[in-house]
Design a binder for this molecule. Structure first.
Ligand code: SF4
Length: 236
């Protein structure tokens, strides 16, 4: 489950593309929907506006067998078999500039048939975790990450956000507390894991725990999350 760590990028403060603040919604509602969606595959709609940062940042887009509409809409030469996956799993390549080849004039040319990976992508996970989506090639996403502003309907919601950020920070800074020093390598994986295990960082006894004990609690919390169903995420 954990991979060898390379530190996720901090939110860069140079070469910044500036965006005006964008309403990310109520944090508690967003967290509930996102945790539910990790089980059900139904993610909350993202108010992207004109931003197409995730389409232009060098991601290879995976297609599964259930992405048949996308597979038919995308020219075959742009698709490759996904390495190490069974037949039917494919990868959509990118242009020399690192953009998705289906992005035309800043619009997805296959939007109604776009792959599930595109539908599920929500860069608010990085704002929630207090980290950047990636290095300089992710500048457009990172600009939006900096622009998101969550709102808080209660002190619990604000505490939950602080706990998510503490979880991400702990995994970045204390990888050696985990067996083999292994924590998620990719920023998106680390941010999503921070959402899953944030309750550990709300524990009243947290200041009394060693780093190793916190890491064990993180691993147990992650396993518990993965074992639960989509209706098992009571609001903190
Ligand atoms: S398929 Fe469409 S939504 Fe997905 S990355 Fe390409 S342009 Fe963006």
């Amino acid at each position: 489950m954990y991979r060898q760590q390379t530190p996720p990028p901090a939110i860069p403060t140079h070469r910044m593309v500036q965006e005006a603040p964008v309403d990310a919604g109520d944090f508690a509602d967003w967290l509930d929907h996102t945790l539910q969606g990790l089980h059900s595959g139904t993610m909350a709609p993202v108010p992207c506006g004109d931003c197409r940062g995730c389409c232009a940042s060098g991601y290879f887009i995976p297609l599964t067998p259930s992405d048949s509409a996308a597979a038919m809409a995308i020219p075959a030469p742009l698709l490759s078999p996904a390495p190490g996956m069974p037949p039917g799993y494919q990868v959509l390549g990118r242009t020399a500039q690192g953009a998705c080849p289906m992005l035309e004039h800043n619009h997805c040319s296959i939007y109604p048939a776009r792959p599930q990976a595109c539908r599920a992508y929500d860069c608010r996970v990085f704002a929630a975790a207090g980290m950047a989506a990636g290095p300089d090639s992710f500048s457009r996403i990172n600009a939006r990450v900096r622009a998101w502003r969550f709102s808080y309907g209660s002190s619990h919601a604000r505490a939950a956000h602080q706990a998510v950020q503490a979880a991400a920070r702990f995994m970045e800074e204390k990888a050696s507390a985990f067996p083999g020093g292994r924590v998620p390598r990719r920023p998106d994986e680390l941010a999503l894991l921070a959402l899953k295990v944030h309750a550990v960082f709300l524990r009243a006894d947290l200041p009394t725990l060693t780093g190793t004990a916190i890491a064990e609690a993180v691993i147990a919390s992650s396993r518990d999350f993965d074992a639960r169903g989509p209706d098992a995420h009571p609001r903190q």
